[in-house]
Ligand binder design. Structure first.
Ligand SMILES: Nc1ncnc2c1ncn2[C@@H]1O[C@H](COP(=O)(O)OP(=O)(O)OP(=O)(O)O)[C@@H](O)[C@H]1O
Ligand SMILES: [Mg+2]
Length: 309
């Protein structure tokens, strides 16, 4: 659905997006993450045909964004990270206006607008002036606006920023529904644990470069150095702790009520070998597992400069 190759955007001598190359398959929910100023919004604006790249190529649905912006726009719904002016529109009129500008007939608009309001939980605000809506509601309306022409691809730049936790959960539910509808979604956010639950893939961008991309679980797998093992033994845990502390790849070890915790820098094979030695020493192992690193940890680790292969 999206093919980006060597995409570069410079502002004067400053490089905001630096030879970015990545593909996003149809139907994928892709989380675009990175610190402030990493180049997320810049990349998304280029995909949305609103900003011209300095060099490189970006294709949406097979159309080059610079050559066929009209075709690209028909395929996408873009939600920017800021809001425009709403004049004196009521919620329904606002969506009607956008529907009309996308060439939807009056009958089509009449049909889809209530559905969209329902989807974003704004049915009860249909006759309210947009300016009277709260920020979170405006964000949801903005999302509804992106959907009037039933685009295949949604480009959502921090759709949940500035929302309270409840509104964020609602937004997450809406995005889940959109995923079920088969949309391809590219979404940027700083709120990583929330993204983790709904994205299929993440791409981490820093200083305009893609430093990691893949399934959330694969990226976590790649982070060998940060692996935490949790071990429970039937007895003699303190004795085992002393032995484990001397093992290769163990950088830190401690014991608490839950058992033994090890920071382990080895591979899967090293991890299996370690279990073998424990059992070989006669320890009765009740459980031997890898603590789940959450996406926040992954993000901090990766953006520390630890690049993945
Ligand atoms: N119009 C512009 N002129 C000059 N520099 C710009 C312009 N727009 C963006 N930049 C710079 O490009 C870099 C990338 O900005 P961008 O908005 O893409 O980052 P971002 O990843 O979306 O960050 P955030 O998380 O803060 O939204 C920043 O250093 C920014 O200052
Ligand atoms: Mg941004």
């Amino acid at each position: 659905m999206i093919e980006i190759k060597d995409l570069t955007k410079r502002y004067g001598s400053f490089t905001a997006v630096d030879s970015l190359t990545m593909d996003i398959a149809k139907g994928t929910v892709f989380g675009f993450v990175g610190p402030n100023g990493a180049g997320k919004s810049t990349t998304m604006s280029i995909l949305a045909t609103l900003l011209a790249p300095t060099s490189g190529s970006a294709k949406v649905g097979g159309f080059e964004v610079t050559e066929h912006p009209g075709d690209v726009r028909r395929l996408i719904g873009y939600m920017p990270d800021f809001f425009g002016v709403y004049d004196n529109f009521k919620t329904t009129e606002y969506l009607d206006f956008y529907g009309a500008s996308y060439g939807l007939s009056r009958a089509e608009r009449k049909k889809i607008i209530p559905q969209l309001l329902e989807l974003v939980n704004l049915s009860d605000k249909a006759e309210f002036y947009v300016d009277s809506l709260s920020r979170g509601m405006k964000q949801r309306l903005c999302l509804a606006r992106c959907l009037v022409h039933e685009p295949e691809l949604l480009i959502l730049d921090e759709p949940a920023s500035g929302m309270d936790p409840r509104a964020r959960i609602e937004m997450r539910e809406i995005l889940k529904e959109l995923k079920l509808m088969g949309k391809t979604i590219i979404i940027s956010s700083h709120i990583l644990p929330e993204l983790a639950e709904m994205v299929d893939e993440i791409g981490v961008i820093e200083q305009g470069r893609l430093i990691a991309k893949g399934r959330v679980s694969d990226i976590q797998q790649g982070m060998r150095a940060n692996r935490v093992l949790h071990i429970r033994l039937l007895e003699r845990e303190d004795e085992a702790l002393a032995m484990l502390a001397e093992e290769p790849y163990v950088s830190m070890s401690y014991l608490d009520e839950q058992g033994i915790h090890l920071h382990f820098g080895g591979t899967d094979a090293d991890q299996a070998a370690l279990l073998g030695r424990l059992i070989g020493h006669g320890y009765r192992v009740v459980s031997y597992s890898e603590a789940q690193t959450n996406l926040e940890d992954v993000f901090m680790e990766i953006t520390k400069g630890a690049k993945l292969s």
